[in-house]
Design a binder for this molecule. Structure first.
Ligand SMILES: [Zn+2]
Length: 235
């Protein structure tokens, strides 16, 4: 389930190697200086150091490729998670967390991501606004009649903004990471965020919800859109 596309991992392996080379270079410099100061000739085994470093990095991050607009997998409806798939779902949640952290580092925004965006066709969402939140098999009920208009964005088309209409609030029922059923009225910023992510699980992208032909803008032009309310602001 967490087996993702190889290129993303290779990319990260390369980043890790560069980071390692930089870090060990710095450390060698420091060690050399210290050795001169203290006369202490002790040094750590560089190969052991390298292996430990890479193992640590691997345990820390699994960054998958985020599927981009145009990839037909984004238009497929994802399958519910079954009870006996919970461990795999939680593991996928970890991959989503790492992948979103990688995206945030690069783009400065991103608060929620869905499993189909990393090629896992399961009904799993990961959010991180003030704290991490794993949502499995979400169901929507009692959506408000009152709607809001916002300029939405998406990690699957990071350069684009789309003006959409979302319900102001709704009730969500879901399974948590312990397979407990949870139910909560969702409003405020979580409302548009979760409607966007639940749409992903149904193969619906924000571009399909554009209000009209003038509801598209490039991120670079966001300051020029008069009176716009944005789903997301760069961190
Ligand atoms: Zn999205």
């Amino acid at each position: 389930m967490s087996g993702g596309p190889i290129p993303g991992r290779l990319f990260i392996a390369t980043i890790e190697l560069i980071a390692y080379l930089q870090e060990t270079g710095d450390r060698r410099q420091e060690t050399g200086d210290r050795r001169q100061e203290t006369g202490d000739g002790s040094d750590r085994n560089p190969e052991r150091q390298r292996r430990a470093y890479l193992a640590q990095r691997r345990n820390l991050m699994v960054i998958e490729d985020i599927l981009l607009l145009g990839n037909p997998q984004l238009l497929a409806r994802s399958e519910p998670v079954e009870r006996d798939e919970l461990a795999a779902a939680v593991a996928a949640g970890g991959d989503l967390a790492d992948t979103m952290a990688g995206f945030r580092k690069q783009h400065g925004w991103g608060r929620a991501i869905s499993a189909p965006q990393i090629g896992v066709s399961k009904r799993i969402i990961f959010l991180n606004v003030d704290e991490p939140w794993l949502v499995i098999n979400p169901e929507v009920s009692d959506a408000s009649e009152e709607m809001m208009e916002i300029w939405d964005d998406c990690m699957s088309f990071p350069d684009l903004l789309v003006k959409v209409r979302r319900h102001v609030s709704f009730t969500m029922t879901w399974r948590d990471e312990n397979w407990q059923t949870q139910r909560r009225r969702i409003d405020g910023l979580f409302s548009e965020l979760l409607q966007h992510e639940i749409d992903h699980l149904d193969g619906i992208l924000a571009v399909s919800r554009a209000i009209d032909g003038e509801s598209f803008a490039l991120q670079s032009e966001r300051d020029k859109i008069p009176g716009a309310v944005f789903a997301n602001n760069p961190a």
